[in-house]
Ligand binder design. Structure first.
Ligand code: GLN
Length: 445
């Protein structure tokens, strides 16, 4: 059925960089045999998912949406892929993305732009736009994305599906191509909250291959799915309802707040005064880390290599030809922020303000269990509208970025429509508070 949908709509949606149909059918066959033998199977067994193309898949091209990795075939699987395989999940293909996960519309892919299934003139969001579009269009039952500043939640919001960024360290980053290592997390994109919990069950947990992985017991997240929020304290951070927030989005989120109140939750207004600095802090820290992480693409170890008369000209031409404009912009920003003379003024200052942003969350969570905000300030915008305006593009992540800076978990789920385009609601939890935000999301949907 999923491949039928791909045949019907992929020409317009363009969610996949690589399809793995043959392997998928073989994998599904094995599940069939298990069922026939009466063996117990995982809830994900046989269900085709889309994997963002920055997650390493052994023997399957992993391009990161970049020309520089256009022919890169990893010799190993990311830890999440090993875990999915152990559950007999089926991989439908590798999903399109903004190059190196830098972007909010999937228009920064070096290969092609994906489109929003609700309106093909609109973007699906990004950078995990292919993953979100695939799930929304029925081209996958579930998907994995990665979220450094909103790249799971914002496309989930734009495509009317559920997306969860786990607590930093809950899901192994081993085999996730690094963008900004202190912010990156892999997470599920699914049609509903139950599917989200099922995928999280499989991918969460400590991994010795990732030094930032948390040693914690992983609960069965489906046990949190009770349709009840009585007594739950939900905080409404006033700094998230500001100029630039579309009025239809604000109304839908406020209606959601009323619905939570009607279900017995206690709504408390909270203040997070450093929210306004989060975007600036992110655009120093993320490019700084990226400039370091992307230094490895020099045409020597792997990936694209240009011709050159000597090694320096080979490096230069490889990187000039291999990286797209947004990636180059980030490398330059990051290199500048880290350079001697500017390090203290920019990078170090940003780290200090990051701590203040984190303390805003600590303080808020002394009063409440969950925070509620819009996921993005608007619904999906038109393709082409912001490609030449990086700042307008960056502003799409104003509500999702503070969450990555603080390392806390957050889920985006649909809360209505503006015209034919879905609106996303964000629920933010305490560190390792995934069960609580899943429960609130489940009660709401
Ligand atoms: N849009 C933000 C950026 O371009 C976030 C991307 C992400 O979460 N990977 O950096």
């Amino acid at each position: 059925a999923v491949f039928g949908r791909i045949d019907a709509v992929e020409g317009e949606i363009r969610a996949y960089i690589t399809q793995t149909r043959e392997q998928a059918l073989e994998q599904a066959q094995k599940v069939d045999e298990k069922i026939r033998r009466g063996e117990k199977i995982s809830p994900l067994a046989g269900l085709p998912g889309a994997i963002k193309d920055n997650i390493c898949t052994k023997g399957i091209k992993t391009t990161c949406g970049s020309k520089i990795l256009a022919n890169f075939v990893p010799p190993y699987d990311a830890t999440v892929m090993v875990k999915l395989a152990a559950n007999d999940a089926v991989i439908a293909g590798k999903a399109n993305m903004d190059e190196f996960a830098m972007g909010s519309s999937t228009e920064n892919s070096a290969f092609f732009a994906s489109r929003n299934p609700w309106d093909t003139a609109a973007v699906p969001g990004g950078s995990s736009g292919g993953s979100a579009a695939a799930v929304a269009a029925g081209e996958a039952v579930w998907a994995l994305g990665s979220d450094t500043g909103g790249s799971i939640r914002q496309p989930a919001a734009y495509c009317g599906v559920v997306g969860l960024k786990p607590t930093y360290g809950l899901v192994s980053r081993f085999g996730l191509v690094a963008y900004a290592s202190s912010l990156d997390q892999i997470g599920p994109i699914t049609r509903d909250v139950t599917d989200c919990a099922l995928v999280l069950n499989v991918i969460a947990g400590h991994d010795a291959h990732d030094s930032t992985s948390i040693r914690t017991d992983v609960p069965d997240y489906t046990t949190a799915l009770v349709p009840d929020v009585k007594g739950l304290k939900i905080g409404l951070p006033k700094e998230y309802f500001v100029a630039g927030l579309d009025s239809a989005v604000e109304q839908a989120v406020r209606r959601a707040v009323d619905q939570f109140r009607a279900m017995g939750a206690e709504i408390v207004e909270v203040s997070m005064p450093h929210t306004e600095y989060a975007l600036a802090v992110y655009y120093l820290i993320a490019p700084a880390e990226a400039s370091s992480n992307l230094a490895r693409y020099d045409g020597v170890g792997f990936g694209y290599r240009a011709e050159g008369n000597d090694i320096v000209s080979m490096y230069k031409r490889t990187r000039s030809e291999g990286f797209g404009a947004e990636v180059k912009r980030r490398i330059m920003l990051g290199t500048y922020a880290l350079s001697s003379g500017y390090y203290d003024a920019y990078y170090n200052k940003a780290l200090k303000v990051r701590t203040l942003v984190k303390r805003n969350f600590d303080r808020a969570f002394e009063q409440v269990d969950v925070l509620i905000t819009p996921t993005a300030p608007t619904t999906a915008f038109k393709a082409g509208e912001k490609v030449n305006d990086p700042l307008a593009m960056y502003l799409q992540d104003i509500f999702t970025i503070p969450v990555n800076l603080a390392g806390v978990p957050a889920i985006s789920l649909p809360c209505g429509f503006a015209g034919n385009l879905p609106i996303g609601l964000q629920l933010i939890g305490k560190p390792l508070g995934e069960a609580t935000i899943l429960r609130a999301a489940y009660a709401f949907e």
